[in-house]
Every structure is written in C-alpha cells, then in structure tokens.
Design a protein around this ligand. Structure first.
Ligand code: ANZ
Ligand code: ZN
Length: 637
C-alpha cells in the first residue's frame, strides 16, 4: 500500500526521518488492532482539541505504529508514528516529518530520539541539533544540501525537480490545497435569515419549495432570554410537509449574520428586482473599488465574502472573481472612559459628553464631575470607543453644533485613516476655526475674483521674489496633497490646505501709489488661482462649504464637475536655493545660492558668509563637502 502525505516543502524530502499520521488515520486504526497501548493513545488523542490554535501550543506526543514505509528516492525504511499534532482534516492526515526543517517535527524528534538530518543549508550558518533556530525553516535563503542530485537547488527549483521525479515514478504530484474549514452557518437566534427547511418525521429534512419562498419571520416575537423565541411560535413552527403533507416542523435556526454580510454589497448594487437574488446590474458595479473596514474583519468577514463570491461566480450569479479591489483598514477611535464604582454593586460608565472637567488656576487638569449631579467621577484612561464603556461620541451632536464639514474635517485631520484616533474637543474647535478663517478670507477677497472684477494678466516669470515664493508654496503644497490623496492620507491633505491659506493670507496685498493703496494685479491673480486650488482640494473633505464658496466667488456652478487642480511645474522652479553651511559639522550660517550655481560658486559663497568666516578665519581648509540643494560642510585641518 501507499502512504500519501501532503507537504509544502518537497525540497526537504531527503531529510525525512519518520512519518506521522493522525489518530483517525486508517493506518493508525490498523496498527492499533493488536496494540492495546497504541489504541489507548489514539483514544486519548481523539479526545483532545482539533483546534489549530490549541494544537500549535500543546505538547507534541506520539507513539510508533511499528510499521514503516519506503522512502521514494533512497528506498530506506521510514518508521511511521501516530502524532497528536497531525490533523485528519488537512491534506492527507499524514505528514512526512523533516525534523531538521520543521519546528514541530524537530521537537518531536528530540523528545523521542528520532534522527535529525540537515538537508537545507545557508552558507556560514552552522547547523546544530541542540536547539531549533528560525533559519532552519527559511526557504528564501536556503538551498539543498546532503540531497544528492538536488544539492545546490533553491526552494522553487528543488520542488520542481523533486515533483517531476516523483511524478515520473507515479509517487506524487503538485497539488493546490485550500485551508478552508467548514463553516457552521446556523444560529439559535431569532432575527436572522431563515433556513428554508421543513423537518418531517417520515421524509426527513425537506427544502421549502421555491414557490413558498421566502420564509418570512414573525415580527412580533419578544425575546425573553430563554432561547430562540421562534421555538415558542406554533404559528411559525407548525406546517405541512411539502412532500407527504403530514404535520411537520419548520426549522427555527437562522443563518449567521456573516452569511448576509458576505454578499450584501452585491445586492446593494442590484436592488431593483425583488424576484431574484442578483441581476446583471451587480456585475456592472462590482467589485467594490474601495472597501473600508476594521481589522476585526480581517480573518472572518473578508474571508467569508471572498469564498461566497467564488460560489456566486461558480453558479453564474455574477461574473467577477473577487469582491473587493482595494481594502483600507481604518484605525480605532479612542476616547476617555469615565466611571463610578460603588462600594458594592456594578460599575457605571458615563458618557464623556455628560462630564465636565475641572481645572486648577494654572490650567492643569483636575478631576471630572458628572454634569447632572456635580459629583466626581473617576477616569479610566483612554480606550477604544465602545458601548460597554459608554465612551462613544455621537457625531450628530457635533454636526448640530459645528456643522457636518467641521465634523468631517476634524476626523480627517486627526490621524491617517489606518491609525488610531484620539477624540479631542479642542481639535474640533481648531477645525472649526480654520473653516471660519477660510470663509472670511474668501468673502474678503470676493471682489477680486468674481465676474466683473478687473481682468488680470500676469507673467509669472516677471513678478517679485515674494510673490514667486508664494506661488511656489501653493503649488508644492498642491503637489504634496495630490500625492497624499492617492495614498489616502487625508490628514496631510488637510495640512496642505492649511498651509495654502497661510500663504495666501500673508501675501502682500497692495502697494502704496501716491498715498493710495493700490491692489496689485499679481495679488489678485495669486488669490484667484490659490483659492481656486484650495477649494477644489478641500471639497472632498468639506464639500458643503467648498461648494458654496465656489459659487459665491463665481468660479463656477458646481465644484463637483470642476477639473481637479493641476500642479504647474514651472511654479516649482526656484531662482535661488537656501543652503546651510557647517564648519566641522556645526551649523554656522545660511546662504542663498542661484539654482544653477556651480560647486565653485557655492564654495565661494559659503566662505564669504560672515558667520562662517568667524570660524574659518586664519585656519586651513582640509576639504569642502557639498550636498546639492541642501548643505555645505567646511572641514578644517
Ligand atoms: C514536510 C515539511 C518540511 C513541512 C518542512 C514543513 C516544513 P501549511 O503551509 O500550513 O499548509 N502538514 C501537512 N498535513 C498536515 C496535517 N494533516 N496535520 C498537520 N500538519 C500537516 O502546512 C503545510 C505543512 O504542514 C506540510 O509541509 C506538512 O509539513 C504539514 F521543513 O511537510 B511539511
Ligand atoms: Zn413528509
């Protein structure tokens, strides 16, 4: 007979020193017939956990079957053991053990004094059977050793060669194995998708006929904590068997909510028809371009929905293969936790919105009191917003006080979306102030922008250094923000917008001409261009305000259809660059050098700087190091 094993490391085949089978494996049962000790051990294993997580940590135990198999290449006999770490439900329920390169096999072999044979090596890494080392399992860096004709081959090449040789002998082949496990989808819970099955004493489990679908749940059950209330509903439970017509019972288990969440998005994209699960419209919209969810979905929901998509694809409900193109895992929102713990009884948590903080004369945070009774509460520090800790904030309250744009700006600005975000009322205020500034600035400058204001023609090559700098700052902020939008790093998009407003606010507006203030056309041009960019840049984050100002300033009717602002590369060019000058590595001055300056020119300018001269006078220079665009370091002898 043959013993089949599943391995992902065929490259280690010359290091096999034993095989191990699961307790449920037919070979184990066979070996236990005349071996009572083995039978007892097998029983013990069967009572143990089959959870992978438990198996990973539990003590590895085994017992020899007394049988052996023949190594496919060397022809040597290989003993077969029963091992408690081998799962019947995975692969073949049997493993080829390579103690030198598999950590479980290593500990097993050490415990039962089985041979350990190195067959993967990394130059300069000494191998010892005394203790397991991470690199023993490294398939990236290692190559075959002590493996005859396979010596020197890397992981992939060795597997190809060995698989081909096994195939030629009819002793093996490459195969794809999935680690999907069964998913029990029924729940003893009232409010879920009904399982359309009727239980009949004679016919068994009979599906509800198509014409009677969907099974509709009663909506007036009152859960009383004593189990699934559907069980008590005779009107729901009692029915006739669709096959024989006899009295039968309707299934009261409902489906796991993960069933619904596995495909809801496809239904959202195809919700017009009530008579089908999905129509072709789902294909038009799907897959989801950008999925967003918490990390808690990483192994459950995201895996289930991929699996479900493939089933829907196989039964030709949809034609796509994967449900989500791109995933963003957002960070948790944190907030302070407030509570009171009575002498006896349960802790009560209070919502931060109902708490007032007290401060001493120096503005230092003191205690906290509950607004309603003025009595102190304790702080439990910062934690994830949760129902159990009652530290969630209802954005509705913020929206009512400050408007939706402020609420959005604050959340976008507080942290990159993947990071945790600490809630702070002060930052909400800051976001609000910024939007007010933008609003005021826009109205103050409206006259320069709206239709009917002076037409402006500016040759940007020909304006003052100050205005050139301002325009460069605007465009370099835009370049950074466009980049950050692509990376979904909205917090720095907001900082770019803030920088733009600062630049615009400090740009000189007017010159005095014959005692009168005369608005400079270059200012007008700059503010028109700058606000145009700023409003479009912010519009995905604070849409209402930007849309309104866009119209008020006569930029156009609808900011949503305005083209996205583009960086003017010419604006980014500099006439002069500031470089820092160091003497022996210490900062001694700053110089402005022409953008096109040669190294010799830069060196001369550095030596001419007053601050630098103080430290170089009378000394000899050993060498000058120039880091282009950044720094000059003068090293003295
Ligand atoms: C020989 C070998 C040598 C292995 C080596 C690993 C390292 P993943 O990657 O998680 O799929 N295996 C196979 N079937 C098993 C079962 N029923 N119960 C427990 N373990 C089983 O794991 C694949 C590896 O898990 C396989 O590759 C096998 O051990 C083990 F240096 O074979 B390997
Ligand atoms: Zn029946």
């Amino acid at each position: 007979e043959k013993l089949w094993v599943f391995t992902t490391r065929a490259d280690t085949i010359m290091g096999v020193t034993f095989c191990a089978v699961a307790a449920e494996h037919p070979l184990a049962t066979y070996a236990a017939r005349n071996n009572p000790a083995l039978a007892v051990f097998i029983d013990e294993c069967k009572r143990g956990s089959v959870m992978e997580a438990d198996i990973a940590t539990m003590e590895k135990k085994g017992m020899p079957t007394g049988l052996s198999v023949t190594h496919p290449f060397t022809g040597e006999p290989v003993p077969v053991w029963v091992g408690n770490y081998v799962l019947m439900g995975y692969g073949e329920g049997a493993v080829m053990a390579v103690p030198a390169h598999d950590e479980r096999d290593f500990h097993f072999a050490r415990k039962y004094r089985l041979p350990i044979r190195q067959v993967i090596g990394i130059p300069d890494e000494p191998f010892s059977t005394d203790a397991w080392q991470e690199w023993y399992a490294d398939k990236e860096r290692g190559g075959c050793v002590n493996s005859g004709k396979y010596d020197g081959l890397g992981y992939a090449a060795a597997i190809d060669a060995i698989a081909a040789d096994l195939k030629a002998k009819g002793l093996g082949d490459k195969q794809v194995t999935w680690r999907l496990r069964d998913w029990g989808i029924s729940r003893q819970r009232y409010w879920g998708c009904p399982i359309p099955i009727i239980h009949c004493a004679t016919c068994g489990d009979v599906p509800v006929p198509d014409k009677d679908l969907p099974v509709v749940l009663p909506e007036d059950c009152v859960p009383d904590g004593s189990g699934n209330p559907l069980n008590k509903r005779a009107d729901f439970v009692n029915c006739a068997c669709p096959k024989c017509g006899a009295a039968a019972r309707r299934e009261t288990d409902t489906m796991d909510t993960f069933v619904d969440s596995s495909w809801y998005y496809a239904r959202f994209a195809s919700q017009r028809r009530a008579d089908v699960m999905l129509d072709r419209e789902a294909d038009y919209w799907m897959p989801v371009d950008q999925y967003i969810g918490g990390i808690e979905h990483a192994i459950l929901h995201l895996l289930y929905s991929r699996f479900w998509s493939k089933v829907m694809r196989d039964v030709q409900l949809v034609s796509y293969d994967e449900p989500f193109t791109r995933l963003l895992t957002q960070g948790m929102v944190l907030n302070e936790i407030f509570f009171r713990k009575p002498e006896s009884g349960r802790v009560t948590y209070y919502n931060p919105a109902d708490i007032e903080l007290t401060f001493d004369d120096k503005g230092q945070r003191g205690g906290a009191v509950l607004k309603s009774d003025g009595q102190p509460v304790e702080s439990g520090g910062i934690g994830t917003m949760s129902k159990s800790k009652n530290n969630g904030i209802d954005p509705q309250a913020l929206i009512e006080q400050y408007g939706a744009d402020t609420a959005r700006l604050f959340t976008m600005f507080a942290a990159p979306p993947e990071m945790t975000l600490e809630w702070s009322d002060a930052s909400v205020e800051g976001a609000f102030r910024f939007l007010k500034r933008l609003w005021n600035f826009s109205y103050e400058n409206r006259v320069f922008i709206e239709k009917g204001s002076m037409p402006i023609h500016v040759d940007w090559a020909d304006v003052s250094a100050e205005h050139k700098d301002a325009r460069r700052d605007l465009h370099s902020a835009l370049r950074q923000a466009n980049h950050d939008f692509d990376k979904r790093q909205f917090n720095t998009v907001v900082s770019a917008a803030m920088k733009m407003l600062n630049v615009l606010e400090r740009t000189p507006t007017a010159t005095k001409v014959e005692g009168h203030r005369k608005i400079q056309p270059v200012y007008q041009a700059l503010v028109t261009e700058g606000l145009g960019i700023l409003l479009r840049l912010l519009s995905p984050i604070t849409p209402h305000l930007c849309h309104h100002l866009w119209r008020e300033l006569d930029f156009g009717d609808d900011i949503l259809i305005a083209p996205w602002p583009q960086v003017d590369e010419a604006a980014l060019e500099r006439d002069t660059i500031e470089m820092v000058v160091q003497v022996n590595g210490k900062l001694r001055g700053r110089i402005a050098v022409p953008a096109m300056a040669s190294d010799a020119q830069i060196r001369d300018l550095a030596h001419a700087d007053e601050g630098v001269q103080k430290h170089t006078a009378g000394k000899s220079v050993k060498k000058v190091i120039i880091v282009p665009g950044k720094l000059v370091n003068i090293v003295l002898l």
